[in-house]
Design a protein around this ligand. Structure first.
Ligand SMILES: [Zn+2]
Length: 328
């Protein structure tokens, strides 16, 4: 009999899932549409799809989840892994205050459940299966629309006294810096999230000569402009867009310098869509970190890209679910 473990990652528009076996190997994966007004409806959709995937292995007369051992859900926002309660969650406003563990148990025949924050899920996936294998002390920074963070200390995710730890995106780097989406000022996210990068690109395009490559790109793409478009332009040698990514890397490096002085991790993992700009960001980031770190042995901490891609949080949630029932 195949023993299945389910991991899922609820985003604002889609919920990705991964079904693994007891070794963590990926058996099936997919995505259902998120209903941002209802966690219950979204998780019910997930249950229907997962039951279909497992159906060929279920013995006649057994329930649809007979082979499912445990379920893990990663979710953006402040997640209480003990109670299962979701606190503030900017992308899933209609889910705030919901008890996700209870809803999962209702939809999946009372199987054991775990819930975690999405970046913690991604970090755990990288720790078990990706860029952080064989390390017990890791920091992950996810450069997406916003900037998320996760910290693993001695093989355990750091969640803090109120489940609000590792909000690295809101580390203040300059109290007189740009305004952040959180309402604060000078947070890392105000430079390194895609919202901030696009805002800066549009600003540069306005103040520069209108015939520059950057101004032409901004005009051509309009609302569809993405960090990927900008990184392509930078790869082609455009100085203005290269400088924009250099600045992102510099700010990211300042945050990492602080984190290394605080935590002395074995590795820093950079994930999220913006991280695909790769060395455009990481060169300047790696350049400044050694200047900021006190302990000589820690100055050249590896700063690497995540390996698992868009399924990282779902696979991490499946790993957490598996370990909750069979140990690490
Ligand atoms: Zn902020």
């Amino acid at each position: 009999m195949v023993e299945y473990y389910l991991g899922a990652d609820a985003g604002g528009t889609g919920l990705k899932y991964a079904l693994t076996d007891s070794d963590g190997s990926l058996l099936h994966h997919g995505e259902v549409i998120t209903d941002p007004t209802s966690s219950k409806k979204t998780i019910a959709r997930l249950a229907i799809e997962v039951a279909e995937k497992m159906a060929p292995t279920v013995q006649v007369g057994k329930g649809p989840f007979a082979n499912l051992q445990a379920v893990g859900l990663a979710c953006a926002g402040i997640v209480n892994p003990n109670s299962g309660n979701l606190g503030r969650s900017p992308n899933l406003l209609g889910w705030e205050g919901n008890n996700l563990k209870r809803i999962l148990a209702n939809e999946f025949s009372d199987k054991p459940t775990v819930v975690t924050n999405d970046v913690n899920g991604a970090l755990y996936g990288e720790y078990r299966l990706g860029a952080g294998r064989d390390c017990e002390n890791l920091v992950m920074i996810a450069l997406g629309t916003g900037v998320g963070g996760g910290i693993l200390l001695n093989g355990e995710l750091l969640t803090g006294a109120h489940h609000g730890a590792a909000e690295i995106g809101h580390m203040v780097l300059d109290p007189s810096g740009p305004t952040c989406t959180c309402g604060g000022v000078g947070c890392l996210e105000a430079w390194a999230g895609s919202v901030a990068i696009l805002k800066q690109a549009r600003l540069l395009a306005r103040v520069e000569n209108q015939d520059t490559a950057l101004a032409l790109l901004v005009a051509e793409k309009g609302d569809s402009l993405s960090p990927h478009h900008l990184s392509q332009l930078a790869e082609d040698g455009d100085a203005a867009s290269r400088a924009l990514f250099t600045e992102v890397g510099h700010r990211l490096g300042c945050a990492i310098g602080n984190l290394v002085n605080l935590l002395d991790p074995e590795k820093i993992i950079i994930g999220g869509g913006v991280a695909q700009a790769g060395d455009l960001i990481l060169d300047s980031c790696r350049g400044i970190v050694p200047q900021l770190v006190l302990a000589e042995e820690a100055r050249h901490v590896p700063i690497v890209q995540a390996e698992l891609g868009p399924l990282s949080a779902a696979r991490g949630a499946a790993s957490l679910a598996r370990e909750s029932v069979i140990g690490g």
